[in-house]
Ligand binder design. Structure first.
Ligand SMILES: NC(=O)c1ccc[n+]([C@@H]2O[C@H](COP(=O)([O-])OP(=O)(O)OC[C@H]3O[C@@H](n4cnc5c(N)ncnc54)[C@H](OP(=O)(O)O)[C@@H]3O)[C@@H](O)[C@H]2O)c1
Length: 283
């Protein structure tokens, strides 16, 4: 065929003739870990859809804009992508948000928003994509956090939402496995992305008597993130996990993080919490 005769339709038909191109949906693919994952999947020949509020920079990933905190938006976006592709081989939920606020003064709308993005968004999107994953014997990977296994001071809502993500992955894997679909959670530790800068840190007026501790904890967390893994390495771990014949329900990104996770599991809580207090400069 002459180059001038190639249209998106003829290219699509040619792909289908070759056995079809695999399709991936990344929720939260506009930035950080999700963006790096989308780029790796493109390089592996996937057709990649991003779902987020802002578009993917670059032409090869089609963005369907949706706000995870608005009920119904993610499922509509997932249906749009999955119907266009007639099935989904890989689904990655990487959207996430965190805040630094004292429990006593945290506003209900703030912690409910966090749970909408980090947990209920994943539930809604996973429910929407499940029938399309079943068509292809596909995989789902939900991005959790090492922080789901230990309390992060003044970021307890985040830790709770990530613990919930782990349980969502484990339980939905039990349900979907008989239908040929596998679900896993991947747990990164500190990773150098813009996540640090989109955190809502409560001001002195909002934190009142907790201000110095909130500041120390959020500064320590920011250091851990910006001194942590490169998001491209977390993306490598996600792609590797998606290629495993028998993926574990929970996987940790990075060797050091694997050791930390293990210690968090075997040490008594009072020892882990003592280490957390030291790490986050708390009394
Ligand atoms: N960075 C770390 O240290 C770290 C450590 C452990 C786990 N994680 C987890 O890794 C995942 C990715 O984080 P990252 O570090 O790559 O952060 P990031 O660069 O800030 O990316 C976050 C992604 O989530 C999307 N998102 C946020 N709020 C959204 C909303 N309301 N609706 C739709 N999409 C939304 C953002 O897209 P838009 O802004 O375009 O909507 C963006 O694509 C998160 O789940 C995070 O909890 C991060």
């Amino acid at each position: 065929m002459e180059e001038s005769e190639k249209t998106p339709q003829t290219e699509k038909a040619a792909e289908e003739k070759k056995g079809g191109r695999r399709t991936a949906i990344v929720v939260g693919g506009s930035s950080g870990i999700g963006r790096e994952t989308a780029l790796r999947l493109l390089a592996k020949g996937f057709r990649v859809f991003n779902i987020s509020r802002t578009p993917f920079r670059g032409e090869r990933v089609h963005t369907i804009e949706a706000d995870a905190a608005q009920e119904g938006e993610l499922s509509r976006a997932v249906y749009a992508a999955a119907e266009e592709a007639d099935g989904v081989d890989l689904f990655v939920y990487s959207a996430g948000y965190s805040m630094a606020a004292p429990l006593e003064y945290a506003k209900s709308r703030d912690y409910r928003y966090l749970f909408e993005v980090n947990y209920f968004g994943a539930v809604e999107a996973l429910r929407a994509v499940a029938p399309y994953l079943k068509k292809r014997g596909g995989r789902a990977i939900l991005v959790g956090s090492l922080g789901g296994g230990v309390p992060i001071p003044y970021d307890g809502f985040y830790s709770a939402s990530k613990a919930a993500i782990e349980m969502l992955a484990r339980e939905s894997d039990l349900e979907l496995r008989p239908h040929g679909v596998r679900v896993s959670a991947i747990l990164p530790g500190g990773t150098a992305t813009d996540f640090t800068y989109s955190r809502r840190v409560y001001s002195d007026e909002e934190s009142l008597g907790y201000t110095p501790s909130v500041k120390k904890a959020s500064a320590a967390l920011a250091n851990m993130e910006q001194g942590g893994m490169n998001p491209s390495l977390v993306a490598d771990a996600i792609v590797k996990l998606s290629e495993k014949r028998n993926p574990p329900p929970v996987a940790v990104a990075g060797g050091k993080n694997t050791v930390l996770r293990y210690l968090g599991k075997v040490l008594p809580e009072r020892v882990t919490d003592w280490a957390v207090r030291r790490k986050f400069n708390q009394k």
